[in-house]
Design a protein around this ligand. Structure first.
Ligand code: AMP
Length: 304
């Protein structure tokens, strides 16, 4: 089992969906990632919160294989984000982003974490992502996320990061934008040529598309769910399930990558069933196994 070093945001979110509202609940990309990955391996979280985060640290990260040595608490308020979803839950508007203590965030990797074999660079400034890569000693696998803001604003810095990344996890619009190419297959090839050997394109309720080493693709649908309350964090939860599972494998080959896609999709399907991290916090390993097998039934067909 390989520990994963995970860097990113820990936040208070406010969320409005057609089914309800939640105010000042725990969120953040690193939070979703860490909880999801902790079902498979040890996660070493590197992030910052304000003093207002208080007992949430224990509530969210306690009792799990999550090492919080690198989670700094500093004077000031925790990062706050508010998002509002449209009727079909595919469109989301950011109402506000208050960086607060996140504005001065400079990830400091504790000495004990520098030899982490797996690294996940959450969606932060590419220069900070690069800085994290510089602080770790020859990781076996580096995964990363990014967003349109960095693709548009800091393309040169981002390209330097991509050269050092093994697996890039982004959504379809980000892949198209990064490649400057509307066709997703061609876009995937262009992004791969920028560095990441494996590209995982998240497509929300339409599932996931992953490039394969031999040149082909692996695709999986999202679990068809009757109740989707809050899609916030689905992408980060996917990344946690995906990398968490890979880190628990002895070898990262095509077969392991395909199973990791299904574990990522499984974890993400739970995250959207309730607001914030609520569903993930009461999730069990047995429930994960049952849904993983449901994915097998969902996607299996016989050739006669
Ligand atoms: P996702 O739905 O996977 O895009 O993740 C949403 C989570 O990312 C929320 O919990 C937010 O707190 C967090 N978030 C939103 N905007 C940013 C940002 N600019 N930087 C870092 N984290 C963010």
């Amino acid at each position: 089992m390989n520990p994963i070093l995970a860097v990113g945001s820990v936040a208070f979110d406010s969320i409005k969906t057609p089914f309800g509202e939640a105010s000042r609940v725990v969120g953040g990309a690193a939070t979703y990632f860490a909880i999801a990955a902790s079902f498979f391996t040890e996660v070493r979280i590197v992030a910052v919160v304000g003093e207002d985060f208080g007992a949430n640290i224990d509530k969210v990260f306690g009792g799990r294989t999550i090492d919080i040595t690198g989670l700094e608490t500093v004077p000031g308020e925790t990062f706050r984000w508010k998002g509002e979803y449209g009727f079909d839950l595919n469109s989301r508007e950011t109402i506000y982003t208050h960086l607060n203590v996140f504005e001065q965030f400079k990830p400091k990797i504790p000495e004990s974490h520098r030899s982490s074999p797996f690294v996940f660079l959450g969606n932060i400034h590419p220069t900070l992502q690069l800085d994290v890569i510089e602080q770790v000693e020859k990781p076996r696998l580096v995964g990363a996320d990014t967003m349109n803001y960095w693709i548009e604003g800091t393309p040169d810095e981002l390209k330097k990061v991509l050269k050092r990344v093994d697996v890039l996890l982004i959504n379809d619009s980000e892949a198209r934008q990064l490649a400057g190419e509307a066709n997703l297959v061609k876009a995937a090839r262009t992004v791969q040529a920028m560095g990441p050997k494996t590209l995982v394109i998240k497509r929300g309720e339409h599932g996931v598309l992953m490039t394969r080493n031999g040149g082909g693709f692996f695709a999986a649908p999202a679990m068809p769910l009757e109740e989707v309350f809050d899609p916030t964090g689905a992408g980060d939860t996917f990344a946690g399930g995906f990398l968490g599972y890979l880190a628990s494998c002895d070898t990262v080959d095509d077969a392991a990558l395909a199973r990791a896609i299904i574990y990522g999709s499984t974890l993400a399907s739970f995250a959207v069933e309730d607001f914030s991290v609520d569903r993930l916090l009461c999730l069990t390993k047995d429930e994960i196994s049952v849904r993983f097998n449901e994915f097998k039934t969902l996607t299996h067909f016989d050739v006669t």
